[in-house]
Design a protein around this ligand. Structure first.
Ligand code: LLP
Length: 415
């Protein structure tokens, strides 16, 4: 599934760099990303959007490494953020605040002030209460806040229930039937500028049809608002395009966007997109070393030095990530549970995989560029992994391995 991963002379390489060299220099576990894969993924969106009035706002939550943010900033991307912390990262990486949209159901007053000070492009407002809070804060600051309502189009994205967000039963967005009234209210508030509308129906979508259905509903609402004199300048269709982890067949970016662009034909609004996973997921892997093999009567275990704190997706969603030997493979192929050192039965990275491994061997856990490092934790007081960005034969240390002392630096034992 990863475009820039290749085996050369029996050795797994990301672009021109042998993964064993990364392990040698930086240790394990380490996230390794490919610049060429990031550029190709972003380029697919840019190419498909062609001459349309459009902006790709990378969903920072998928991977908020400054190195990766700086890549997208240089490529001219915008950003979709969900916290003041993500805004700070975008700015630190050289991102343009005028290209930032701010999503999320629970924006704090401090986050609103921070974003107004920075001068972001738009707040994606998710409730009436948030609208009132934002209006009051902007008024007190003598500013005008640009807003879009994130509406909930109530379509079924047909993905994992934990990551589907556009159903009426979800906590996200303003109910479709209540949106028009809320726009009317917003239009009366001088500290708000009604700028656009947004929706996001879910993640790891393998079928573009539900997004087209949502977009059609949204466009219909936009036209009804325009008839009332409430004109919107942009329409944000969120993120969600899935990637191949195993044998999934997500539409190519161009095929996914074609019916959406057709809906936009002849319209003046700018199209905004908020892709995360499809920009970074298959640009990164997690490099880990086998600590022990534990053969058993029922199951064989390969205990590796990465764990659920490094990559939570298998434990959290039962997600499937391909696991491959970095070297040529050792000994006979057998079936293994690939597990981490954490004291929980849920600490697994992969079930029942055929691997030819010995203790000390390196494994690569693929398609880990999205929602890998950003969902990592320090459970079991495990320092977070290092991150490395590969560019051809060049190696950039994007994040040094966390030091244990840093984990409790802000703590105080009782005197
Ligand atoms: N925009 C909004 C408002 C979102 O909530 C999300 C993701 C995105 C954009 C980006 O969606 P993407 O293009 O990455 O599908 N942790 C889960 C995924 C959670 C997605 C949450 N929202 C996972 O590891 O699968």
């Amino acid at each position: 599934p990863m475009p820039t991963l290749q085996r050369k002379g029996g050795e797994l390489h990301l672009e021109e760099v042998a993964l064993s060299a990364i392990a040698e220099e930086f240790g394990t576990p380490t996230y390794v990303y490919s610049l060429a894969a990031l550029k190709a993924a972003y380029g697919a969106y840019r190419d498909a959007l062609g001459g349309h009035r459009a902006m790709v706002c990378y969903a920072v939550k998928a991977n908020s490494s400054l190195a990766i943010l700086s890549v997208f900033a240089r490529l001219g991307a915008g950003f979709d953020i969900v916290s003041g912390g993500e805004l700070a990262r975008v700015l630190a990486a050289g991102g343009d605040p005028a290209r930032v949209v701010f999503s999320g159901v629970g924006k704090s007053a401090a986050e609103m002030r921070q974003a107004l000070d920075a001068g972001i492009r738009c707040f994606n407002v998710e409730s009436a209460a948030e609208l009132e809070r934002l209006a009051a804060i902007a008024a007190a600051m003598g500013k005008v806040a640009p807003i879009a309502l994130r509406v909930n189009p109530d379509v079924d994205p047909k993905t994992h229930p934990y990551i589907s967000t556009g159903l009426r039963s979800n906590k996200f967005g303003v109910a479709f039937d209540e949106a028009a009234a809320l726009y009317r209210r917003a239009a009366t508030l001088p500290s708000l500028r009604v700028a656009g509308i947004g929706c996001h129906i879910g993640s790891q979508l393998l079928d573009g049809a539900p997004v087209v259905e949502a977009a059609a509903k949204v466009l219909d609402l936009v036209d009804r608002l325009a008839a009332e004199g409430i004109a919107l300048d942009h329409i944000d269709l969120g993120g969600g395009l899935g990637i191949r982890y195993r044998d999934e067949q997500p539409p190519a970016v161009a095929a996914y966007l074609a019916p959406l662009l057709a809906l936009f034909a002849g319209r003046g609004e700018e199209l905004l997109l908020e892709p995360g996973r499809s920009l970074v997921g298959n640009a990164g892997l997690l490099l880990t070393r086998v600590e022990y093999l534990k053969p058993g009567a029922e199951k064989n275990f390969a205990v590796v030095d990465a764990a659920m704190n490094d990559l939570a997706r298998p434990a959290l969603y039962d997600a499937w990530h391909e696991v491959v030997e970095v070297g040529a493979g050792s000994g006979e192929r057998a079936r293994y549970e690939v597990v981490g050192p954490i004291c929980e039965s849920g600490d697994f990275l992969a079930h029942d995989r055929a691997l030819a491994v010995a203790a000390g061997d390196l494994l690569a856990i693929l398609s880990a560029g999205a929602y890998g490092m950003t969902m990592s934790s320090n459970y079991n007081t495990r320092p977070r992994a290092a991150e490395v960005l590969i560019d051809g034969a060049r190696i950039h240390l994007a994040r040094a391995r966390e030091r244990v002392e840093a984990l409790y630096a802000g703590e105080a034992a009782l005197p």
